[in-house]
Design a protein around this ligand. Structure first.
Ligand code: UN1
Length: 519
């Protein structure tokens, strides 16, 4: 049995920079397995392209398969034997140091993230900041992994419950928050004593490398975090099905989430799923309209509409609907679309061509259903847009709650306007979908605000603030088909630990629970 390490590990003498070789003028990155940067067994790689300019190759990343996953699982298992014995406050110190390193590297990492993912610099700085916030928040958990003590029913017997690590955990993360979301999963998993294999989104792995590099430089021992890059079917599913992986945390689409859940269930493996949204912002007649417009613009078109929490339905009460619509459309028309590296741009590209196709397809579906195109609706393909995947900020009016455009997730810069008469009707429309991630209500009526907090079926509700903008230390997740009941942020530790009940009998005789207790 390995001994517990009493001091934090030395800063990573084993670490190599992830840039392994340069070919065709772009860097080639390898998997991180057991502290070594290894090429995929297949020898193949996947190019990471700048969505604002596909001639700009960010790097080549390994195209891995089940055999790479198996190597990573073996490394993570080996590392677990000693990592679980490192005192949690010491594990937490590594997170603090990683957070400090991320602060130093924030600008560099934000620029790299804009290059690989597309969102504007202000937002990629926010994404790195979210990982910094998560590091400092979760580091506090190192001294707060509280268990519970309770009186035993028998004399001279002590009872307590402890949080134990789960073991090797598999983390599958999306492209829209390529550093923040990996940090939501990695940091609580690590502080709780687990070892991890992370599969970053196929199109945006570099930001996950940067996050893990900060951990490595902060002193994380080899094998505690392993990165395996590749597609969902070739890496994600083998990770889910590998018997050495004890739990899976997944953020992504509902279709893939359903498959992950099915395969995890077959192995009785705990799985945390965070999936889609069709988030509504409700604007009542008494709302501060300026504030509601600012919120709708940011919630709808921030991150080019590519957040799970993005505002995709705006529910307008009849008294303000015409004014709001006119003003909103005028503001949307003025949004500057372009490369996120240009500080004056407000809306970056969509992440890839398939997302553009989805946006275009949903506009066509909406128009066929009878919605009206108020602005936008097309891919931008000319001039400065020629080499990227850009889509016009789009507003659809006259949308009825039953239409597909009002019920299905688009994950692009496409916002639907729906009118309603009464507050009760607004709540009903907001709740009439299969998803339940985020909702927002704009009103000055405190009574309605509290009724909405109670009645809106969503994991997150904002009053007089947009549907995006969750902070790391509150629970993040949704109800209905958005998730399966787990939460990131507050509550994540519950997923990455398992309870152990402990009984210490100091009576020096056999005491039978339930039986001797009855006397
Ligand atoms: C997402 O919506 O995909 O709450 C993640 C927010 C961010 C995280 C969003 N902090 O908007």
């Amino acid at each position: 049995m390995p001994q517990a390490e009493l001091s934090a590990p030395d800063p990573a003498p084993w670490s190599l920079p992830p840039v392994y070789e340069v070919s065709m003028s772009h860097p080639t990155y390898h998997n991180l397995i057991g502290g070594q940067w290894l090429p995929a067994v297949s020898g193949k790689s996947i190019l990471n392209l700048n969505p604002a300019d596909h001639t700009d190759v960010v790097g080549a990343f390994p195209s891995s398969h089940a055999e790479d996953v198996a190597l990573a699982v073996a490394a993570a298992k080996k590392a677990f034997a000693s990592w679980r014995l490192v005192p949690a406050p010491k594990r937490a110190e590594i997170l603090v140091r990683a957070g400090l390193l991320l602060q130093q590297r924030k600008e560099e990492y934000a620029r790299q993230m804009t290059r690989e993912m597309g969102k504007v610099l202000a937002e990629t700085r926010g994404d790195v900041q979210e990982a910094i916030d998560e590091a400092f928040y979760v580091a506090g958990e190192g001294r707060r992994l509280f268990g519970v003590t309770t009186p035993s029913e028998l004399p001279n017997k002590f009872a307590m419950s402890l949080r134990m690590p789960v073991g090797v955990v598999g983390l599958i993360t999306p492209w829209n928050f390529p550093m923040a979301i990996p940090s939501w999963k990695l940091f609580p998993a690590l502080v709780a004593g687990n070892t991890c294999i992370i599969k970053p989104a196929t199109g945006t792995p570099l930001s996950t490398y940067n996050l893990v590099q900060a951990l490595v430089d902060a002193g994380l021992p080899p094998g505690v975090v392993n990165i395996v890059c590749g597609s969902g079917p070739s890496v994600g599913m083998p990770l889910v099905e590998n018997p050495g992986v004890r739990a899976i945390s997944f953020t992504g689409s509902s279709a893939v989430g359903a498959e992950v859940a099915k395969r995890s269930a077959a192995a009785f493996k705990p799985v945390s799923l965070e999936m889609g949204g069709k988030n509504a912002q409700i604007v009542l007649d008494d709302a501060n309209l300026e504030l509601a417009l600012d919120g709708a613009l940011w919630g709808g078109f921030g991150t080019t509409g590519q957040r799970c929490t993005a505002t995709s339905r705006i529910l307008l009460q009849k008294g303000i609907a015409a004014r709001f619509t006119a003003e909103f459309v005028a503001r949307v028309k003025k949004l500057k679309v372009g490369s996120g590296l240009d500080e004056s741009v407000q809306v970056g590209p969509q992440v890839n061509a398939s997302q553009i196709e989805t946006s275009a397809r949903y506009v066509a579906i909406a128009l066929a259903e009878g919605a009206k195109l108020l602005t936008g609706g097309h891919a931008l393909t000319e001039g400065v847009y020629a080499h990227g995947t850009f889509f016009e900020p789009t507003v659809l009016g006259g949308v009825a709650p039953g239409m597909r455009i009002a019920r299905e997730e688009v994950f692009g810069p496409v916002v639907s306007l729906i009118e309603f008469a009464t507050f009760e009707e607004a709540i009903e429309i907001a709740n009439s979908i299969d998803y339940g991630l985020s909702t927002a209500l704009y009103t000055r009526d405190v009574n309605r605000a509290f009724a909405a907090i109670r009645d809106l079926e969503s994991g997150i509700t904002y009053i007089n603030a947009p549907t995006i903008g969750a902070e790391v230390h509150l629970p993040f997740g949704g109800v209905k088909q958005t998730g399966n009941g787990h939460r990131e942020g507050l509550g994540a530790i519950d997923f990455y630990t398992t309870w152990k009940a402990v009984y210490v009998d100091y009576s020096d005789k056999l005491q039978r629970a339930q039986i001797d207790n009855a006397e």
